[in-house]
Write a protein that binds this ligand. Sequence first.
Ligand SMILES: Cc1ncc(COP(=O)(O)O)c(C=O)c1O
Length: 387
Amino acid sequence: MSIARRMTDIAPFHVMELMARAKALEAHGRDIVHMEVGEPDFPTPQPVIEAAQRFIASGQVRYTHALGLPQLREAIACFYQERYGVAVAPERIVVTAGASGALLLALGVLIDRDDEVLLADPGYPCNRHFVRALEGRAVPIPVDASTAYQPTAEQVAAHWSSRTRAVLVATPANPTGTLMALPQLAALRDVIRARGGTLLVDEIYHGLTYGCDAETALALGDDLFVINSFSKYFGMTGWRLGWLVAPPQCVREIEKLAQNLFISPSAPAQYAALAAFRPETLEILEARRVEFERRRDTLLPGLRVLGFEIRTEPRGAFYVYADSSRLADDSFDLAERLLDEAGIAATPGLDFGSFGPQQHMRFAYTVASERIEEGLVRMTHFFRARQ
Ligand SMILES: Cc1ncc(COP(=O)(O)O)c(C=O)c1O
């Protein structure tokens, strides 16, 4: 059997492998503090569960429209109006299998073989593999704390080539938790538009911001793509549901691709998600956001005391991206030792790109504050023992 050549370029998602190792240790009785997982630890909000149960009990669990349930697309449009004061036509909203499905559809209609997509490095690992799977080329823009780990308009211009078709950014970003303000997004959009390219903005961590509000790129107009999901803020990772807001002239192309790739998004997940925007659900989600903020405020100073350097405060998502170079030469080795010797699972920089991965680790505050405190105590002992 011959495997497609592209597969040699598709790297495993190391965090999933680390998680599997942590689970194996747990199966042997070890207590592990999980700070590797980019997944909220809270259960699905009760109103969402009940909506799903009612729908499944009807027995009418069938394909839906390829672009999603009209009433869900409507509900998402209302959410943009209510939360951001931005009018988005429901016809531009495509319901997808998570932000992952949205990214695949958006890139699928934009890029051809050898076309280039500019991405922040460090950034969400799967993005470069989406591009590769579509026979395109992901071009990293190295970003550091001086620009809050976000690419600037000047950097985009400097990395632009005749094959560049699109720029994909995330705000708040994974792994750094940093945001882009609307003027920064506007500057990016202008540079990209002037070159005939397209801006894609991944807003999956919207709703999870601390001390500030994230602004949606949709406020800039309708000539860009916005990706979002029910996974993070809405706490519905396993339901596999997200959405894409597309320029009006692309919706038909996306519809054709979605019909062929997926037929339709999950019907139970869509009916469940109808309850995600109800006031009683939003109240639960706000309490969780406050809890995430509390955890961040425990983890961030704790990591600094240990000797990790965090040059840009994360103001969103649920990650701290920390420079570990004062503590270890290689963060991959450090992550393995923290797991084996201290029972702490955290993600080495390796997953997030090739710009300084050995110097960085990502800690996710997707566990209870007490577990974060326990993790900090264990790390204190671990580093003391090595001095
Ligand atoms: C920045 C970013 N985009 C997209 C995704 C994919 O999320 P989903 O579960 O909605 O497919 C993730 C998941 O961690 C992410 O961090």
